[in-house]
Design a protein around this ligand. Structure first.
Ligand SMILES: [Zn+2]
Length: 590
């Protein structure tokens, strides 16, 4: 755990986020860097169209389809035309056509008209919510030129929908998926209000076949900060309400702020939704059949600002280029954004990362896109990497030169990997060298030779515990622990109120760290932690003992990583377990 975190703060944050929403709706905020491996796509199926033709003359010899000609001059033949259906379909994320999130992320009615007209002029098909679900199932094929138009309807701006959005959709015979925020700051039963939608508006548009009813939740909280119970409430309540008010179950869900977590995705599926959309959170920019992550589908941002238009923010290409690229036959994965150059390895790695960070733009989406695509060569040895179930790298710029590791500090994340990685990508945020997910997969975000901001006395020795082993130099002067250690974060929720709230739990009878129940670390995490600790300590000549392999609580006054991580002691609660590490001396310096 890097940041101070408690329920009250989360509550305040939720309120702040809600007020941010009320001021201007959803912030597209990318989260997790997916592993470097490309998502497998199913083999491209072919649709065979067999029109029946009865020609009066013999077919010309130049036709590509091979006609079967019989001797009779009145022979019929059946040419076989082969259409390649869409291998992937981009989902476009609109709000209203007058949406202004910030200086960079904007939409105007003129741009909206231009983009939709381009789709129409170029023969694009727009999917309904049910069609998208069938496409994801792999049970329906659609033309190569298909898109899903989505609107996050999160503010009471009825007029622009009735005057621009709906007429535009009708004019082009387009269909759109409306993710409706189902609270009375947006929609009420009263149809006479000028700004608010009334439920009957949505029902009518759905009846007209223009709109698919979908859900954007109830109060627009950040789902990465909610408990499973709170998430379920945000999923179930609007679902019932939308059914009651429009007669339709919402087929899909759009995560507020475009952020999600594996737990939220799972609960969205359990709540009965067919799919869920996040934002620019994956390297893939379009949805594909049998998508392994259909509760975190990526969306394309069509936004720009007046200075760069017609280019889109984050893409540096016009809308037409972005959509053509994503729907071109044979295009499987995104190739639209110029990828950040991989940093590589070697002695200059740390310098290159510092340079990369200095050159990062401040604009949120662009910055996030580049960070999400960034990579460098991991410090872990080849033999250590071979023992891990997965390893990826992605840069956090919350770093300082220069680190001289004498110890390893272990933390827990207080939540999902996506949320921590997201925090590590925020400007002026915290960081750690490694994150270990529950399945044992490792993400390295800071090279070991740079200082990661995971444990600090913030320039005052008394901010750290008196017994801190890495907070003083030989003369007793303060030395910051983050300049002397490698930080490892284990994905873990932390203390829970009662058993049953997380899949596996450790019960500490003695309450040695205050709390009786703590999410237990998985065996895969412990195995990966061992691999990391032994590899790091061998390379930096750090003894594996109680003075050098430290829980964060040994530095700052906090319960971190809690009672379930028994580094050098036997765990005697339930379930019991032997120490994770046996003391071994440091490797001899050559
Ligand atoms: Zn910590």
């Amino acid at each position: 755990m890097v940041t101070k975190s408690n329920r009250l703060r989360n509550r305040l944050l939720s309120l702040l986020l809600l007020s941010a929403l009320l001021a201007g709706c959803a912030t597209p905020t990318p989260t997790l860097a997916p592993p470097a491996t490309a998502s497998p796509l199913p083999p491209t199926p072919t649709v065979t169209v067999t029109p029946s033709l009865t020609p009066t003359a013999l077919p010309s010899a130049t036709s590509t389809p091979q006609p079967t000609v019989t001797a009779s001059p009145t022979a019929t033949f059946t040419p076989t035309a082969t259409l390649v259906p869409a291998a992937q379909i981009p989902i476009i994320e609109y709000h209203d056509p007058d949406f202004k999130l910030n200086d960079q992320v904007q939409m105007t009615p003129a741009w909206f008209e231009e983009q939709t007209r381009w789709l129409f002029d170029n023969g694009y098909h727009t999917l309904t919510g049910d069609e998208l679900a069938a496409f994801l199932d792999g049970t329906a094929a659609f033309p190569q030129k298909s898109v899903v138009l989505t609107f996050d309807v999160g503010t009471a701006k009825k007029q622009i929908y009735t005057e621009i959005v709906i007429p535009t959709l009708k004019k082009f015979k387009f269909h759109a998926v409306f993710f409706i925020l189902a609270n009375d700051s947006v929609v009420t039963d009263d149809c006479s209000k000028p700004k608010h939608f009334c439920w009957n508006d949505f029902k009518q548009w759905a009846d007209d076949g223009v709109v698919t009813i979908a859900s954007h939740g109830l109060y627009h909280p950040d789902f990465t900060k909610l408990t499973p119970t709170e998430i379920k409430y945000e999923l179930d309540t609007p679902r019932k309400l939308l059914l009651e008010k429009t007669g339709r179950l919402p087929v899909g869900f759009a995560f507020p702020f475009d952020t999600t977590s594996p737990v939220a995705s799972k609960l969205t599926q359990a709540a009965g939704y067919e799919f869920a959309v996040a934002g620019n959170t994956r390297l893939e920019l379009a949805a594909a059949p049998n998508d392994p992550d259909r509760f975190k589908l990526p969306r394309v941002y069509p936004y720009s600002n007046a200075r760069i238009y017609p280019n889109l923010t984050g893409f540096n290409h016009p809308f037409a280029d972005v959509i053509s690229n994503l729907t071109r036959p044979g295009t499987v994965l995104s190739a639209v954004i110029t990828p950040a150059t991989p940093i590589g390895g070697g002695d200059s790695k740390a310098d290159k990362i510092i340079q990369f960070c200095k050159a990062l733009p401040t604009e949120t989406i662009l910055r996030m896109t580049l960070l999400l695509q960034s990579s460098f060569d991991s410090d872990l040895s080849g033999s250590a990497q071979a023992k891990l179930p997965g390893l990826s790298t992605s840069i956090s710029c919350n770093v300082l030169p220069k680190n001289q590791p004498e110890a390893i500090v272990i933390h827990y994340t207080v939540g999902e990997l996506a949320a921590s990685a997201y925090g590590f990508r925020q400007p002026n945020g915290t960081s750690a060298h490694y994150l270990i997910d529950r399945d044992g997969k490792v993400v390295q975000m800071v090279p070991e030779s740079l200082a990661a901001l995971h444990a600090s006395c913030t320039n005052t020795r008394s901010n750290c515990v008196p017994t801190c082993p890495i907070c003083d130099d030989a003369s007793g002067k303060l030395t910051e622990p983050y300049l002397r250690s490698v930080g490892i974060e284990l994905v873990n929720r932390g203390h829970v109120a009662a058993p049953g709230m997380v899949p596996q739990i450790y019960e500490d009878f003695l309450r040695s760290f205050t709390y009786p129940y703590w999410e237990d670390y998985t065996q895969a995490q412990i195995d990966a932690l061992r691999v990391l600790v032994y590899d790091i300590s061998a390379r930096w000549k750090i003894p594996v003992d109680d003075r050098h392999i430290l829980g964060h609580y040994r530095i700052n006054q906090k319960v971190d990583p809690g009672p379930a991580l028994n580094l050098f002691w036997t765990r005697s609660g339930n379930p019991k377990s032997p120490p994770i590490f046996a003391e071994t001396p440091a490797p001899v310096r050559p």
